[in-house]
Design a protein around this ligand. Structure first.
Ligand code: PBG
Ligand code: ZN
Length: 324
């Protein structure tokens, strides 16, 4: 009978040894908290399908942003729900629009907090698609013009990072040109580069009121089976001037994230999306899993696969728990 000389269990024996042997760490520094902003004042309404997530009016989102920054989270990403919607998504690039006002108010109150803005039309169009619709189809180039105008309006409001999530071809280049032409060369672009047409966006669409009125987003968001194509999307966005790239959703696409980490030398973000968050909470509410541990394990897996930044609705809670 021969016993093993190599015993990997030796370094798992105590918490101190495990701490030393740990290859990946979740840190507050990696977290970005998504925030939903609605019209009105004094509004803080719970999103039913996302326990712990609220829709805030501008005044409330400012105190939320302060608390988030105090908890040690370096960045938020803003989503706006406007009072009125129309075919071209006029609210998206309105200088007095909901995201523009929220951005200005947050940057004034908490200047050190990094404010990212989601750049898309779907919350602002009456049909709920991410671009300009003609008949039953979403037209690429007219949508890109609207998206560039939207990104520019966010930069004017004080955004540090603009994050296009629409998946139109050429939008990163058009946004870069629009920003540079107006003196916003320091505003960064985080491209939702590999964004898949996913079932996991369900709860978000309730929160953001952005469900398409007809059809779905499969003619512009990526087809889930495609791994090589995701790298093409990411390389293209880099060529067009993206500063950082995102993979979305996160857990179902860790292979894509790992590919990107191996192939590309840029900051990578991953979005642990609404459905991923909701599933953990739903199971925990039934007592079927330990929600806190499951959340940490999920976010750690995203980091292990190669993400530098993790967008998560759990950012504030987690930061409080992780400490400095
Ligand atoms: C809008 C947008 C979506 C998400 C981020 N930006 C929804 C969609 O594409 O339908 C999803 C975020 C989430 O589910 O948490 N373009
Ligand atoms: Zn959209």
């Amino acid at each position: 009978m021969s016993f093993p000389r190599t015993r990997l269990r030796r370094l798992r024996r105590t918490e101190a040894l495990r701490r030393l042997a740990r290859e990946t760490r979740l840190s507050r520094d990696d977290l970005v908290l998504p925030l939903f902003v609605v019209e009105g004042s004094g509004v803080r309404e719970a999103v039913a399908s996302m326990p712990g997530v609220h829709r805030h009016s501008v005044d409330q989102v400012v105190s939320e942003a302060k608390a988030v920054f105090d908890a040690g989270v370096p960045a938020v990403i803003l989503f706006g729900i406007p009072a009125a919607k129309d075919a071209r998504g006029s609210g998206a690039d309105d200088p007095g629009g909901i995201v523009q006002r929220a951005t200005g108010a947050i940057k004034e109150a908490v200047p050190e907090l990094c404010v990212m803005t989601d750049v898309c039309l779907c919350e602002y169009t009456d049909h709920g698609h991410c671009g300009i619709v003609e008949g039953e189809s979403v037209r690429n180039d007219p949508s890109v013009e609207r998206l560039a105008a939207t990104a520019l309006s966010h930069a004017r409001a004080g955004a540090d990072v603009v994050a296009p999530s629409d998946m139109m071809d050429g939008r990163v280049g058009a946004i870069r040109s629009a920003l540079d032409a107006h003196g916003f060369d320091e505003v960064a672009i985080l491209a939702y580069a590999a964004k898949f047409a996913s079932a996991y966006y369900g709860p978000f669409r309730d929160a953001a009121e952005s469900t398409p009125a007809f059809g779905d987003r499969r003619a512009y968001q990526m087809d889930p089976p495609n791994r090589r194509e995701a790298l093409r999307e990411m390389r293209l966005d880099l060529e067009e001037g993206a500063d950082a790239l995102m993979v979305k959703p996160a857990l179902p696409y860790l292979d894509v994230l790992a590919d990107a980490r191996r192939e590309l030398d840029v900051p990578l973000a991953a979005y642990h999306v609404s459905g991923e968050y909701a599933m953990i909470h739903a199971a925990a509410e039934r007592g079927w899993i330990d929600g806190e541990r499951a959340m940490q394990e999920a976010l750690l897996a995203i980091k292990r696969a190669g993400a530098d930044w993790v967008l998560t609705y759990a950012a504030r809670d987690l930061a409080a728990r992780l400490g400095g």
